[in-house]
Design a protein around this ligand. Structure first.
Ligand SMILES: C[S@@+](CC[C@H](N)C(=O)[O-])C[C@H]1O[C@@H](n2cnc3c(N)ncnc32)[C@H](O)[C@@H]1O
Length: 208
C-alpha cells in the first residue's frame, strides 16, 4: 500500500482509539453478543484475526486457541492489551497493515475479521492479501456491516459515508462482492441485522 495512505489510516485510527470504547457503549455491542459467540466458536488451527481494535471481541474467543491479532493502529492495540492479557490461550498482537502482510503464503488455517472491511482503504487488495496468507481451502469468516440493497437504508448510508469515513468507517461498501473479486469462493452469507450487519463465510480455492 502507498506509504501515505497507510500513514493516514494509522493516524485516523490512532486518533479514534481514545474514545472508541466510549462510542461502542464501553463494551462490545450487547445485541451482537450471541452472534459473536457463535461466530468465533469456529476458530481453530492457526488463526489470523483482523482487526483487533481495542480488543472488544477478545472476550468472545474460545479458550486455548492459537491466534495472531493484527491492527494498523498502535494506539488501538495499546488499549487492547489488558483484554489480550486476559485471554486464556495463545494470543499474539502485532501492528500490521493488512495490505502488506509479511507472513509466508498459506501460513494460516483460518482468518477472522470483525467490522474491519468498512475501514480498510483498498478492500479488494486487503482481501487478496488475506487469501495469500491462507492455506488452500483455508476459511475466511467475516462479521461486517455493509451497504444495503434496500431503500431507504441504501440512501441513508450513501449520505452518511462521506462524513463517517473522515473519522472511521465507510457505511456503504459492497463487501460480499469484494470477497468474490478477491478470488474467494463464498459459502454462506447470514444476515444478522437487515442486510446490513452480516456474517460472510468463504474459502480460498483448493490448490490447482
Ligand atoms: C471499526 S474498527 C473495528 C475494531 C474491532 N474489530 C471492533 O469491532 O471493535 C476498525 C479497525 O480496523 C483497523 N484497520 C483499518 N485499516 C486497517 C489496515 N489497513 N490494516 C489493519 N488494520 C486496519 C483500525 O485500526 C481499527 O482498529
Amino acid at each position: 500500500m502507498d506509504a501515505n495512505v497507510s500513514e493516514i489510516t494509522r493516524r485516523k485510527w490512532d486518533k479514534a482509539a481514545a474514545n472508541f470504547d466510549l462510542m461502542a457503549g464501553n463494551g462490545p455491542e450487547k445485541r451482537w453478543a450471541p452472534f459473536k459467540q457463535e461466530f468465533f466458536s469456529a476458530m481453530d488451527g492457526k488463526v489470523l484475526f483482523l482487526a483487533v481494535g481495542t480488543g472488544l471481541d477478545i472476550p468472545f474467543f474460545p479458550e486455548n486457541r492459537d491466534i495472531v491479532g493484527i491492527d494498523i493502529s498502535p494506539k488501538m492495540l495499546e488499549k487492547a492489551r489488558p483484554r489480550a492479557e486476559a485471554y486464556r490461550g495463545n494470543f499474539e498482537m502485532r501492528v500490521c497493515d493488512v495490505h502488506d502482510l509479511d507472513y509466508p503464503d498459506g501460513h494460516f488455517d483460518k482468518v477472522f475479521t470483525s467490522c474491519t472491511f468498512c475501514s480498510v482503504p483498498d478492500p479488494v487488495r486487503g482481501l487478496e492479501s488475506l487469501r495469500r496468507v491462507l492455506r488452500p481451502s483455508g476459511e475466511l469468516h467475516m462479521f461486517e456491516h455493509t451497504g444495503s440493497r434496500y431503500f431507504p437504508f441504501s440512501l441513508m448510508m450513501n449520505l452518511m459515508t462521506p462524513l463517517a469515513k473522515k473519522f472511521g468507517p465507510e457505511m456503504n461498501r459492497p463487501t460480499v462482492d469484494n470477497v468474490k473479486r478477491a478470488g474467494f469462493e463464498v459459502d454462506v452469507v447470514r444476515h444478522v441485522y437487515l442486510d446490513v450487519v452480516k456474517t460472510i463465510h468463504a474459502h480460498s480455492p483448493a490448490a490447482g
